[in-house]
Ligand binder design. Structure first.
Ligand SMILES: NC(=O)c1ccc[n+]([C@@H]2O[C@H](COP(=O)([O-])OP(=O)(O)OC[C@H]3O[C@@H](n4cnc5c(N)ncnc54)[C@H](O)[C@@H]3O)[C@@H](O)[C@H]2O)c1
Length: 365
């Protein structure tokens, strides 16, 4: 399941959907169209061996349908790996709504979307993602019970995500520096948003030397003053003389250009899809002697929080589960060094092995 083939233009032209599903190993895709509400959405169920496919809904102004399809296929596959490596009884899925989240939202659109989610009878559980807020999910919940992240329930997942990232960062430091103390370590946090701010809170409590950047001047000013962090401009963050780089904004920030500039020994952050080209840049970080904590393993706190809502578990359970990210990352990095294989490959392997093993358990006796 782990290696993704690059499909040729003729393969894609002949069979644009099924060929991609087969390449990435998807189970099912639901295309949703509703003239009356203007809803255009795609729900991708990647793998349900471990349990119902859980993953958020993203609302985005995609340039075209192919871009939306590519995004939902890639994101839903990522959820399968994240849920598996975190030891959750959840499969991987994701949904995208094609549209502008600032101008095209309505109660009717989200309730119609909820009807489509409900038609999958629990095979897919939805939640918030980019462009979606808890009130939108409230509308979805009027038509389906297969939704989490509702107001008044498990709440904002960001604190749990940040705590998991903090744990994974300490585990990476333990291997790279011989101690998991972050006191005095120079840590550059890219993005002072929901996760970034909570992460900075943990880091400053431990007396780390925090550098922070954000494209929003107000956010940057408020967070840097609150935690006495050193302000860096977005363009200069890669050149900071740092021990640890914590990407908490965008994906694909580990690439040919930034690897020339990054002086860190550890990369540990919340952003999804940090490696621009997984197979190339995953090897490149290893060759540079950088310990890279794989994104889907270190940022699983958010989905752990969602799982607690599905199962009716407490906030305390989520916190303890996120703490296990320390051991998960430590194990991945240790195995990577012992076997001389990039950390992303080890993480993929662990996730796939669990799915294969539990798949066998589920066979009829
Ligand atoms: N929120 C969660 O629980 C969670 C869970 C898993 C993964 N993630 C991922 O973690 C990342 C951060 O999530 P979040 O919820 O904090 O998002 P957010 O939108 O609250 O924060 C992101 C911050 O990054 C800033 N930013 C954007 N582009 C930037 C750039 N080029 N340079 C510097 N700063 C930039 C934004 O201004 C914003 O303040 C995202 O990639 C998200 O997908 C979040």
């Amino acid at each position: 399941m782990s290696e993704i083939k690059t499909l040729t233009a003729s393969e894609l032209a002949e069979n644009p959907v099924i060929a991609q599903m087969a390449n990435l190993g998807h189970e099912q895709i639901l295309f949703c169209n509703d003239e009356a509400t203007g809803l255009k959405a795609i729900i991708a169920v990647h793998n349900t061996v471990l349990g119902p496919a859980l993953g958020g809904t993203r609302m985005w102004s995609y340039a075209n349908e192919m871009e939306a399809l590519n995004d939902v296929l890639r994101l839903s596959r990522g959820m399968t790996y994240k849920n598996s490596i975190s030891g959750l009884n959840l499969g991987g899925g994701k949904a995208v709504i094609i549209g502008d989240s600032r101008t095209q939202k309505s109660e009717a659109l989200f309730r119609r979307f909820g009807k489509f989610v409900n038609s999958l009878a629990g095979k897919y559980i939805t939640a918030e993602d980019v462009g979606i807020n808890p009130m939108d999910m409230n509308w979805v919940s009027m038509e389906t019970k297969h939704v989490v992240g509702l107001p008044g329930k498990s709440g904002d997942p960001s604190p749990v995500t940040a705590y998991g990232v903090y744990m994974g960062m300490k585990a990476s430091a333990k291997i790279q520096f011989g101690s998991d103390s972050l006191a005095g370590k120079k840590i550059a946090v890219q993005g002072a948003g929901h996760v970034g701010e909570y992460l900075i809170e943990h880091l400053t409590k431990e007396n780390a030397d925090v550098y922070v950047t954000d494209i929003h001047v107000d956010t940057l000013k408020r967070v840097s003053e609150k935690y006495k962090a050193t302000v860096v401009s977005p363009d200069d963050i890669y050149d900071v003389d740092m021990d640890i780089y914590a990407p908490c904004a965008l994906g694909a920030t580990i690439n040919d250009e930034t690897l020339e500039r990054l002086k860190c020994s550890v990369i540990a952050g919340a952003a999804n899809n940090q490696l621009k080209l997984e197979s190339k840049h995953g090897f490149d970080v290893m060759k540079k002697g950088i310990v890279y904590a794989p994104d889907f393993a270190i940022n699983a706190g958010g989905v752990i929080n969602c799982f607690s809502e599905v199962q009716g578990l407490s906030a305390d359970w989520s916190h303890k589960k996120a703490e296990e990210i320390y051991d998960t990352i430590h194990n991945i990095v240790k195995r990577s060094q012992d076997e001389n294989v990039p950390t992303y490959q080890i993480a993929n392997k662990i996730a796939e092995e669990r799915i294969a093993a539990i798949g066998r358990v589920k066979l009829p006796m």
